[in-house]
Design a protein around this ligand. Structure first.
Ligand SMILES: C[S@@+](CC[C@H](N)C(=O)[O-])C[C@H]1O[C@@H](n2cnc3c(N)ncnc32)[C@H](O)[C@@H]1O
Length: 210
């Protein structure tokens, strides 16, 4: 019997294409969460890494990405020769894993890892500093309208120890973003690396205060 009408819930999937460092990258996106879309900070950070690959060499470096979303930044870091761990909240990890696998398999020195990391949550148990040390922490558009900014800064401080460089790219959208920047500057030694006034995107480098 033919059904006249059947309700269905579906998320439309889109594929976005990028090229960084001569590598074609395809990213599966969807509209069901913030983490399923590529944000401007990610594109800006990838462009920065591509343009500055001699100055910021990720070859054989241990890299952690916070709030990796679709994984574009982690993929570019991986294609640049880094050993990457891409992290996010549980609901984001399947698509993140999918994008990382499809873009890095057979193209990278190291297989990227995907891990759950909720900012501020039990980091001393899940990522103890005595074991987990990273050369670079990468963050793109992790500051927007949400209530986890204190947890985010706590997490950045947990990982950005002596010898670690944190690169944070963000589109400035809300007054709370400016508060976060002030707290970020108090917490770390910071340098504004890039400012794109038209896009309202900034990229900061941060290192631990002695
Ligand atoms: C605006 S999206 C940016 C995604 C990606 N970095 C980009 O620029 O395309 C913010 C990301 O932060 C993640 N996020 C938000 N709150 C979080 C939290 N409390 N702990 C861990 N990740 C979180 C979201 O799941 C999402 O993937």
């Amino acid at each position: 019997m033919q059904k006249s009408w059947e309700s269905s819930i579906f998320y439309s999937l889109i594929v976005e294409r990028f090229c960084f460092g001569g590598h074609d990258i395809s990213i599966r996106e969807s509209f069901d969460s913030y983490g399923a879309l590529v944000w401007p900070g990610a594109v800006a950070l990838c462009s920065y890494l591509e343009a500055n690959h001699k100055h910021v060499s990720l070859l054989d470096k241990a890299v952690l990405e916070l709030g990796a979303g679709t994984g574009l930044v982690s993929i570019v870091a991986c294609l640049m020769g880094a050993w990457v761990t891409a992290t996010d909240m549980p609901g984001i990890l399947d698509n993140l894993n999918f994008n990382l696998s499809r873009n890095t398999q057979g193209r990278c020195r190291y297989t990227p890892q995907v891990a759950q990391l909720i900012w501020g949550e039990v980091l001393d148990n899940t990522f103890p500093s005595s074991i987990y040390n990273y050369d670079y922490i990468l963050c793109a558009d992790v500051v927007y309208y949400h209530h986890c900014l204190d947890d985010l800064l706590f997490t950045m401080k947990h990982f950005c120890k002596r010898g670690t460089t944190l690169l944070w790219a963000n589109k400035i959208r809300f007054p709370s973003d400016l508060n976060f920047i002030e707290n970020f500057k108090k917490a770390f030694n910071t340098t504004l690396l890039v400012e794109l006034p038209d896009e309202m995107v900034q990229i900061y480098q941060a290192t631990a205060k002695e």
